[in-house]
Design a protein around this ligand. Structure first.
Ligand SMILES: *Cc1c(COP(=O)(O)O)cnc(C)c1O
Length: 381
């Protein structure tokens, strides 16, 4: 028997009481039964996004909502600034180019966050840019962007702030209305404790008025059409009905915990993980470590192939699934996730498996040193 534990940055673990919802009969979406359920989800989403705007539910993954933002806010030839601090930042560039926007990219060395002074000079260089597209937390590197500062600079210069909050909403504080974030996005398989298949997007008044003028082609992702439908608790197309039923349950659980407690939990789990890394002599990869996931450098004594092996051993021998680096970071970093349906015991388990795997590869480990650091940091919090 091997128990599988998911400590990855999406999909994430799902609570049993949410899983059991997927065994319920599927209700038809053009019914008042569905509308009542959907109303509950919409209400929870507004709470989660800290907004009075409609939070639209799309049946697609997070990337679909990113694409919908580009397709609905802009017209071909429009200029945008993209903060490329990792793979997901790069995705903004790819989507924007697909829709024939002119992209001014800020390419940031992997592991670092966007610097506000660099953004400020880019804004001066590109007076015609209409928006800044960025991630709140960059999942590929574990770096946290200064969201509030980015949004303020956008506002000051009359640009839209388009925030991929896919691994940030429900983890760290992003008060959409209070900060004036123009577009905020998340996905079901991250902090929302659901399987993949739904994405959520909210637009500010300013963003909606841009949507009225947008000339990019769109059909499935026509957000104005969705808004009209969703204001009546309906969706333009057949939605992921089971996921919506599960979402009412999982968001209900989060709501019961409350936003301050959610943010605190993730802060504490990040602190526990960083403290374990230090105890094991593992260096942090990111200079702006996120409360979402902790990236550590694979010790230099390991080759790239051995680096990949750490993760492989954790998975195949101990059943703990974590992620490594992508592209040029393969075998060079480990990404330890600590968000969603995750508590201190999940973190301790992950660190325990890491200790075993490192020991299997002849890295000197004093068993329990990392796990002990997790418990100590938790106790002190
Ligand atoms: C997971 C993730 C995405 C992409 O989401 P998909 O659901 O795989 O389409 C985008 N941005 C960030 C920051 C993510 O973590």
């Amino acid at each position: 028997m091997k128990k599988i534990r998911l400590l990855t940055p999406g999909p994430t673990a799902i609570p049993e009481q949410v899983l059991s919802k997927f065994a319920e009969p599927v209700i038809h979406h053009r019914t008042s039964l569905f509308e009542a359920k959907f109303k509950q989800l919409q209400d929870h989403l507004k709470w989660l996004f800290q907004t009075r705007q409609e939070v639209l539910t799309l049946t697609c993954t997070g990337t679909g909502a990113m694409e919908s933002a580009v397709a609905n806010l802009f017209s071909p030839g429009d200029e945008v600034i993209v903060a490329n601090i990792g793979k997901f930042g790069e995705r903004w560039t790819k989507i924007a180019k697909t829709y024939q926007l002119q992209v001014h990219e800020i390419l940031v060395e992997r592991g670092h966050a966007l610097s506000l002074s660099v953004l400020e000079s880019k804004l001066k260089e590109c007076p015609n840019a209409k928006a800044v597209l960025f991630q709140a937390s960059e999942t590929s590197t574990g770096a946290l962007n200064p969201v509030k500062g980015i949004v303020e600079l956008c506002k000051k210069n009359g640009l839209l702030s388009v925030c991929d909050g896919i691994t940030a909403v429900g983890i760290l504080d992003l008060p959409m209305d209070e900060w004036g974030i123009d577009v905020l996005i998340t996905g079901s398989q991250k902090a929302l404790m659901l399987p993949p298949g739904l994405a959520f997007i909210a637009l500010s008044d300013r963003a909606w008025s841009n949507a009225e003028k947008s000339k990019c082609p769109k059909f499935y992702f026509d957000l104005l059409r969705e808004k009209k439908m969703q204001e009546k608790q309906q969706t333009a197309w057949t939605p992921g009905i089971s996921l919506i039923q599960g979402g009412v349950e999982s968001l209900g659980m989060l709501r019961e915990e409350g936003l301050p407690a959610i943010f605190k939990r993730h802060e504490v789990l990040a602190r526990c993980t960083r403290s374990a890394a230090e105890a094991l002599g593992l260096e942090l990869f990111s200079s702006a470590p996120s409360p979402v996931l902790t990236t550590v450098k694979v010790p230099t004594r390991f080759s790239v192939d051995e680096g990949k092996k750490i993760q492989k051993i954790m998975q195949e021998k101990y059943g703990v699934i974590i992620t490594g680096g992508q592209d040029e970071l393969q075998g060079r970093i480990l990404r330890l996730s600590h968000f969603g349906y995750c508590d201190v015991f999940d973190v301790a388990t992950g660190i325990g498996a890491l200790e075993l795997a490192l020991n299997d590869l002849a890295y000197p480990v004093e068993f329990g040193k990392g796990v002990g650091a997790v418990l100590k940091a938790f106790h002190q919090a």
